[in-house]
Design a binder for this molecule. Structure first.
Ligand code: SF4
Ligand code: SF4
Length: 507
C-alpha cells in the first residue's frame, strides 16, 4: 500500500472562531504553494479555509524573528472566566499593553459611509458626556501610566458638542501623543476650527480618512465625493502646521491599486507624517463586501507598497514586533525633497532591543536616538563601523544635525482581523484597544466582533453556554483548591477550568 502525503505543510495549531456562530474552535496553520492558510472546523458549520498570508517567508519572520517579550499594562480590568476572546479586557491572559487606545466619544456622524465598523450616521445622536469621557481617560492612564497614543474617535468626534473640553481633559493627563480620527469635514469647512486645533501645538495629530484620489472610490466607501473636502482639510492643516496621518481603508479590487499614488501624494504634503493602510475588517456596516474578492492580507499590502510606491522595497516593510501578525511598518527620512527609506537598515536586533513595545517608533527615545544616529554627521567610530559602512555605500551623505518628527515619514499596515481570519494567538497580542466607560480596555478586533452594540447579545448567549458547560464539568471533576486561585499574572501561568470557574459571575 503506498502512503500519501498531504498537499501542504502543517506548521502549527491555534484557535479561531467559526465565522458563522462565533464559537471558539481549533484552527490549523498550513503552508501551501508559498502561501499560508488557516483551516478551521466547527462541529455545527463545517470547514473553512482562509488565506492568511501570500508569503510564507514573511509570515515566518513575524512568527519566529520579530518576537518580543510581551509588555504588560499596569492594570487588568477583567478576570478570566469564559476564555479568550470572551473575557475582554484586558484580562490577565492578554499578552500586550495598549500601544494605542481608541476613545469613542460619539455615535453621531455627518456621513453615513457604506463602510463603517462603528455603524455611525446622522441618525445616531448619542454623545458621551464629558464626565464619562474623563473617567475613561483616567482608566487609560491607570492602565498605562503614561499612555503612548490616545486616539479620539467616533462616529465623527469633531461633532461632539464638548469636543474641545475633551481635548483639554486629554491634554491635562500624561498622554504622550493625541490623535483625532476624522473625516475632515469640519477641518475643510471651518477655518476657525483648524486654527483652534493648531493652538494645542505639536502633541496633536489628525488621523485623516483618505481612501483615494478618485471620486468613484469615495462614492463606494463613503457614499459621497470627498475629493474637495480632503484637499481643503489638508490645506487647512498645512496652513496651521497641524500634523496629519492619511488613513486609507483598503478594499481589494477598488483602491488597492492606489497605494503608491497615496504614499507619493502624502510625501508632497508638508503636514503629512505618514500613511496608514487598513484593509477592511468585515464588521459593522460593510456594504457590498465579498470576502473572497475584497479581502487583503498584510503580506499582500506589503507587496503592493513595494510594487507601487517607487520608494520602498519589500525589505523596507517589516513586522512591528509588538504584534507582528497584524502590523507592519516602513520608515523613511524626509529632508526637503529627498526621501530615504530607513527600515532596511534597521535589523530586527535593533527593533527588538528597544526598551518598550510601541507602534510609534519615533516616540521611543531610545530607538529614535538609534535611528537618528545613523543619519547624523558626527558619528562615533563605533557607529560608523557598525552601521554606516553599509549605509554610505548606497546613500548620499546626509547632513541632518537636528532631525525632528517632521523628518520622519511612516507607512503603517494595520490589519484588524475579522471572524474569518481571527487568530486568537495574535488577538492576545493586540495592542490597539478600545477604552470603555466602565474602565475595560477591549482589543479593537474583539470589540467589533463580540462587544459592540447588539453583538453583545450573542456574546452573552455564548457565555451562558460556557457557564453551563463549566458547571457540568465541575459536577464530575470538583475544583482542586490549589489550582483555583491562579490567574495568568506576571510569572504565574496556571489558567484552568477550576481557576476560571472560581471567577464565574453569579448566575
Ligand atoms: S483578547 Fe485579550 S483581553 Fe480579550 S479575552 Fe483574550 S486575552 Fe483576554
Ligand atoms: S466611517 Fe467615519 S465618517 Fe464614515 S460614517 Fe463611520 S464614523 Fe462617519
Amino acid at each position: 500500500m503506498s502512503r500519501k502525503n498531504r498537499p501542504y505543510d502543517f506548521y502549527d495549531t491555534t484557535s479561531s472562531v467559526c465565522s458563522t456562530c462565533l464559537r471558539q474552535i481549533e484552527a490549523k496553520i498550513l503552508f501551501k504553494d508559498g502561501r499560508v492558510f488557516m483551516e478551521k472546523w466547527c462541529p455545527a458549520h463545517g470547514t473553512e479555509r482562509v488565506l492568511m498570508s501570500e508569503d510564507v517567508d514573511y509570515y515566518r519572520l513575524g512568527r519566529e524573528v520579530y518576537v518580543k517579550r510581551p509588555e504588560m499594562p499596569e492594570n487588568f480590568s477583567t478576570k478570566m472566566a469564559f476564555g479568550c476572546p470572551y473575557d475582554c479586557g484586558l484580562c490577565p491572559d492578554h499578552m500586550q499593553h495598549s500601544c494605542l487606545t481608541v476613545l469613542e466619544i460619539t455615535d453621531h456622524c455627518n456621513l453615513r459611509c457604506p463602510v463603517c465598523y462603528a455603524g455611525s450616521g446622522p441618525e445616531r445622536q448619542t454623545h458621551k458626556p464629558l464626565a464619562v469621557v474623563e473617567r475613561m481617560l483616567d482608566a487609560v492612564v491607570r492602565n498605562e501610566g503614561e499612555p503612548d497614543v490616545l486616539q479620539i474617535s467616533g462616529g465623527e468626534p469633531t461633532l461632539h458638542p464638548e469636543f474641545f473640553e475633551i481635548l483639554d481633559a486629554a491634554r491635562a493627563r500624561p498622554i504622550r501623543h493625541l490623535m483625532i480620527n476624522t473625516n475632515g469635514i469640519r477641518l475643510a469647512q471651518e477655518p476657525d476650527f483648524a486654527a483652534r486645533l493648531a493652538a494645542y501645538g505639536k502633541g496633536i495629530e489628525i488621523y485623516l480618512q483618505f481612501d483615494s484620489l478618485r471620486s468613484e472610490v469615495h462614492q463606494a466607501l463613503r457614499g459621497a465625493d470627498l475629493t474637495r473636502i480632503r484637499r481643503e482639510a489638508l490645506e487647512a492643516c498645512n496652513r496651521h502646521g497641524i500634523s496629519v496621518t492619511l488613513v486609507m481603508t483598503l478594499k481589494r479590487g477598488l483602491n488597492d491599486d492606489e497605494i503608491g499614488d497615496v504614499i507619493r501624494f502624502g510625501l508632497t504634503q508638508l503636514c503629512v507624517r505618514g500613511v496608514t493602510l487598513q484593509p477592511i475588517q468585515d464588521a459593522g456596516r460593510n456594504e457590498d463586501f465579498d470576502a473572497a474578492a475584497n479581502s487583503l492580507t498584510v503580506s499582500g499590502i506589503r507587496r503592493r507598497i513595494a510594487e507601487q510606491s517607487g520608494l520602498f522595497t519589500l525589505e523596507d516593510v517589516v513586522p512591528v514586533p509588538c504584534n507582528p501578525d497584524t502590523l507592519a511598518m516602513a520608515y523613511a527620512l524626509r529632508l526637503g525633497d529627498s526621501v530615504t527609506p530607513l527600515t532596511r537598515h534597521l535589523g530586527p536586533e535593533v527593533l527588538l532591543a528597544g526598551p518598550s513595545n510601541t507602534i510609534v517608533f519615533e516616540r521611543d527615545p531610545a530607538l529614535k536616538a538609534q535611528l537618528f544616529k545613523l543619519f547624523s554627521t558626527n558619528h562615533s567610530p563605533e557607529s560608523q563601523a557598525n552601521c554606516l559602512s553599509d549605509l554610505l555605500c548606497c546613500l548620499p551623505k546626509i547632513d541632518a544635525p537636528a532631525l525632528s518628527y517632521e523628518n520622519v515619514f511612516r507607512v503603517l499596515i494595520v490589519q484588524f482581523m475579522d471572524a474569518r481570519n481571527l487568530d486568537i494567538r495574535a488577538l492576545k497580542k493586540s495592542c490597539i484597544h478600545m477604552v470603555q466607560p466602565d474602565g475595560r480596555m477591549i482589543p479593537f478586533e474583539a470589540w467589533n466582533l463580540f462587544y459592540r452594540d447588539e453583538r453583545s447579545r450573542l456574546l452573552e448567549s455564548i457565555r451562558d453556554e460556557i457557564r453551563a458547560e463549566t458547571q457540568a464539568r465541575l459536577r464530575f471533576h470538583p475544583r482542586l483548591p490549589e489550582r483555583a486561585a491562579a490567574q495568568t499574572s506576571n510569572d504565574t501561568i496556571v489558567p484552568t477550568v477550576a481557576a476560571a470557574a472560581s471567577h464565574l459571575p453569579a448566575e
